[in-house]
Design a protein around this ligand. Structure first.
Ligand SMILES: *[C@@H]1O[C@H](CO)[C@@H](O)[C@H](O)[C@H]1NC(C)=O
Ligand SMILES: *[C@@H]1O[C@H](CO)[C@@H](O)[C@H](O)[C@H]1NC(C)=O
Length: 156
């Protein structure tokens, strides 16, 4: 599913490159939703960033399998990231079908990213392997959140 979304976003970018969208007045609403280049770069970054984060969380889950408290927090973070990806899927589908993206979906992306951060920062593991992977996950989460802020400010 994620790779299909990435393809969709690349399709957006190539549409923009052809600039046919902007040339067609009848499609003004669609053009607005398709957004500018920076907007689409940020969309792509959040999609690819969350996919990468899920990969890191999968590693973290197996590294912390013997530590029940950490494993539970990792599971919560994984569920939250899956929730954010689901909400992004709702937004992408709306964009692709020329409909207004539901405002609630954007809040769900932000809410889930905040929940994932809360779960990860609560982890208290003395295992150095877990700590290193956790740091990587937090960095990826921070980058995805920054891309999300870029979407909010650049996709108008
Ligand atoms: C996370 O996303 C799902 C949809 O994928 C949504 O139902 C849920 O309310 C979101 N959680 C938060 C905390 O926003
Ligand atoms: C964190 O874990 C260490 C040992 O791994 C423990 O001594 C400490 O009390 C824990 N802190 C919290 C807040 O759970």
């Amino acid at each position: 599913m994620m790779s299909r979304m990435v393809v969709f976003f690349f399709a957006f970018l190539s549409l923009l490159a052809g600039s046919q969208i902007y040339a067609a007045p009848a499609n003004e609403i669609v053009a607005r939703q398709i957004g500018n280049l920076q907007c689409n770069i940020n969309r792509l970054q959040i999609v690819t960033g969350l996919a990468g984060l899920q990969g890191t969380l999968k590693n973290l889950a197996s590294e912390s399998a013997s530590d029940a408290a950490t494993a539970a927090s990792v599971q919560t973070a994984q569920d939250s990231v899956t929730g954010a990806q689901g909400a992004i899927g709702v937004i992408a589908k709306a964009l692709l079908t020329g409909q207004t993206a539901p405002a609630a979906a954007r809040d769900q992306v932000a809410g889930n990213l905040t929940a994932a951060q809360g779960a990860l920062t609560a982890i208290n593991s003395s295992d150095t392997t877990v700590s290193a992977t956790l740091q990587k996950a937090l960095t990826q989460l921070g980058d995805a959140a920054t891309a999300g802020e870029g979407v909010v400010s650049n996709c108008k």
